[in-house]
Ligand binder design. Structure first.
Ligand code: SF4
Length: 496
């Protein structure tokens, strides 16, 4: 029997390694030829795999590391060396992946034993036994998980008497606030070698220099300690804020390590809760962080599992425009969007409000095909995997599906103005809707509501938005439509 570890299953204490005789890691390149992945994403995955190989060997495992074009090519070599071998694999969360891998193994005369994915706290069986309705509600799932895991609980009630602290977590920092330091993990020789090979071997999109992501278990643990010590406290109140020139603010930057398996969800949750118990972080920050890891991360995985393959093809609003070239990093005068895209280009990362309220919001209002936006997130972000980007982009980001959201997360420039310092330094006027220098978000927002009225007016909590639209007379609506058409043309031509 051989344990087959995929490139995002790298925790050295994973249960799949229990009593392992041998370990197989396959570094396949064909998938990376299909999309212009961010070089730091490819570098991160391949460097983390190579470091995991060395760490497992040091720990005494007999590790075979195969570099090949495809999994099939590597498995040909494996079964030539070990005919009829049984491979033990943690069930991968991507739709159809387990079945595809089983077929690759069985067609070569081997067998595949699948075990639970311990990178998540809630198994498919547990979720399905709990969930007996039609829709998916995050808040219900989150409270169930808090009780089930005994996290921040006082008996059957949440500690402090509140399940969430959203009201305290929507602040913007004062002008003299300095974000806490960002940890940098300088590449060692093996990582540098890997990054050089990626830059030479693949057609990529994004900046290949400046790589500073954790690639080992030890670095990931350092990143966790650093977050808890320096960033967890301000994370809560400023988690929805955007500040010019700052890509990280107080966000944890742990998602790439969690999704590679370098960190387990329970250990990061315990570290945050421990900080609260030591009075080293306030409850609103700790609860906000636990909500992301124990709530949203797990919830997304199950919504994806239960709604694929329909999810990835859905669009309630039937949008089909190509993503405008500004998403390729060609620049725009829209300061909020220019910053968010450049954060992705430079590091393969933007925080969740930039993802939701700038990058997805603009693509939604512009009318871009949600599937293309999903692909863009998938190849551009260091922490992106199908199970996490697909429900996030198609559900929260673009309202292509209403399986777990009751309204689109769209807004005019007003939201960005409230939550950032971008608008004061922008070439566009956030208070204007029409006219040459009017903030593009404004006309696009009203035009979006007008355009999709038939689908959206009766949906969830859209009444207030439509009551504002109803106050606009024909002349105003006509000027808005004209301005929205001009913006779309300029965006398409790269002149926004
Ligand atoms: Fe963004 Fe509009 Fe504000 Fe400019 S004015 S930063 S485009 S929201």
């Amino acid at each position: 029997m051989t344990v087959w570890l995929l490139g995002d299953q790298l925790h050295p204490e994973s249960h799949v390694l229990d009593d392992a005789e041998r370990v197989l890691l396959i570094e396949a390149t064909a998938f990376a030829d299909r999309k212009p992945y961010h070089p730091q994403k490819l570098g991160l995955v391949f460097a983390a795999m190579r470091h995991a190989r060395d760490a497992l060997r040091e720990a005494g495992y007999d590790v075979t590391y195969r570099r090949a074009r495809t999994f099939g090519d590597a498995l040909d070599a494996h079964f030539e060396a070990r005919p009829g071998d049984d491979l033990r694999l943690m069930r991968p969360p991507s739709h159809g992946a387990a079945e595809r891998l089983r077929s690759l193994v069985e067609s070569r005369g081997g067998s595949l034993t699948l075990v639970d994915d311990d990178r998540f706290r809630c198994s498919p069986e547990a979720f399905d036994a709990w969930h007996d309705g039609d829709g998916f509600r995050h808040e219900d799932f989150y409270r169930w998980m808090r009780r089930r895991e005994g996290v921040l609980m006082d008996g059957d009630d949440p500690v402090g008497g509140q399940w969430n602290y959203d009201e305290s977590n929507r602040e913007t920092p004062p002008d003299d606030w300095s974000p806490p330091p960002v940890p940098r993990f300088e590449p060692d020789e093996l990582t540098r070698e890997t990054l050089d090979w990626v830059a030479e071997r693949f057609d990529t999109w994004g900046e290949s220099t400046g790589f500073a992501w954790p690639v080992t278990r030890a670095e990931a643990l350092d990143a966790l300690d650093h977050f808890v010590e320096h960033r967890l406290s301000p994370f809560g109140p400023y988690q929805d804020a955007m500040v010019g020139g700052e890509s990280a603010l107080a966000h944890s930057l742990l998602s790439s390590s969690l999704n590679l398996g370098l960190l387990g969800p329970r250990e990061v949750i315990d570290a945050a809760v421990d900080a609260w118990e030591r009075d080293a972080a306030p409850i609103e920050s700790v609860e906000g962080f636990v909500r992301q890891v124990l709530g949203w991360r797990e919830f997304m995985r199950h919504v994806y599992r239960r709604t694929m393959p329909d999810l990835v093809e859905s669009d309630l609003l039937s949008r089909s425009r190509d993503l405008p070239p500004l998403y390729e990093g060609e620049g725009t005068e829209m300061r909020c969007l220019d910053e968010a895209v450049s954060h992705v280009y430079d590091r393969g990362y933007a925080h969740h409000i930039e993802r939701l309220m700038v990058l997805s919001n603009f693509a939604s209002l512009y009318g871009a095909d949600p599937r293309e936006l999903n692909e863009w997130f998938h190849f551009g972000f260091v922490d992106a995997y199908h199970w996490v980007t697909t429900p996030n982009v198609l559900g929260m980001g673009t309202f292509a599906t209403d399986v777990f959201t009751s309204k689109p997360y769209v807004s005019s420039g007003n939201y960005v103005d409230r939550m950032s310092d971008h608008c004061a330094a922008c070439a566009y006027d956030v208070d204007a809707t029409t006219g040459d220098d009017a903030c593009p978000f404004n006309a696009l927002y009203w035009d979006f509501l007008d355009d999709h009225e038939e689908t959206l007016r009766g949906t969830g909590r859209m009444g207030l938005m439509y009551s504002h639209l109803d106050r606009k007379d024909d002349a105003e609506l006509s000027a808005i439509r004209e301005r929205a058409a001009t913006i779309r043309n300029r965006a398409r031509e790269g002149r926004l």
